[in-house]
Design a protein around this ligand. Sequence first.
Ligand code: AMP
Ligand code: MG
Length: 328
Amino acid sequence: MIALGIEGTAHTVGVGVVDDACEVLANVSRVYQPKKGGIHPREAANHHAEHTAPLIREALDAAGIDRTDVDLVAFSQGPGLGPCLRTVATGARALAVVLDRPLVGVNHCVAHLEIGRAVTDAQDPVLLYASGGNTQVISFLNGRYRVFGETLDIGVGNMLDKLGRALGMPFPAGPIIEKRAKDGRTLLDLPYSVKGMDVAFSGMLTAALQHREKGARVEDICLSVQETAYAMLTEVSERAMAHVEKEELLLGGGVACNRRLQEMGETMATERGARSFAPPKPLCVDNGAMIAWTGLVMFRAGERLRVEASGVHQRMRTDDRPAPWAEA
Ligand code: AMP
Ligand code: MG
């Protein structure tokens, strides 16, 4: 079985093609770059509208298949920016109707977890999903994927990107902050906001900018933000692992590409006799392959979506529906 998936919840529009062994046959994408400031939802949607059809062609070419070889069309149904979601959903519906193939709507956060389970040795992990817009700790319990902790304000990646913008770095700032942090020498005091399994980042952003106004070195700010933010994320992940009694940590989302965060996850996991995993970068960031794969496993478990009922859900919750495909 071959599934084609279209991702389009935020800045990335991506098309992936996978087979039923989760071999990634194609995974192509384009990222909308705001000219200034953050993501403008309508402009991002226009960007996705322009690129969806060419990316579908590119993915089919890369996979070396004909569009009639596609057995299933999946798309990111939520959560995300409404205009972006609607745009890629329209593309997915059109493709499914033209090919007369089933359509599956995928929860974007669950897709980060499913692709990690498929391409690493993690089987039943706690997912630390750390991206631009989202920061959540998710795991499977009693028939559903559930959110055990999350950010109370902005996503960790969004905090890094806002900080980077204020420091004159281009988007996305996360990788640049990672590089500059290597030359950091002094750990500056920043708010460490952990409430149970939840975290908050806006106070850290404000405090980091105040350090800058007082003349702190950019490298020291980068080091301090990384150390503090990633320690917070590692702490809440560990608490969730203890709570649900699981022995695997899985990282997902763009911020999960960060070596320092991966290192902290590995140290924490090792200390508690657990293991830590992160998918390769193209499957960590927002991508079409994870949507294709999750659509495929959902379909195999009997999930069906009528085109008439395939509306998007901007605020789709991870625990909205049972996840029978994840049952051991
Ligand atoms: P996503 O929203 O999952 O596509 O991921 C995008 C986010 O990941 C942006 O906020 C980036 O700044 C962040 N990001 C990407 N690479 C890194 C990295 N190496 N370290 C920290 N953050 C990163
Ligand atoms: Mg994501």
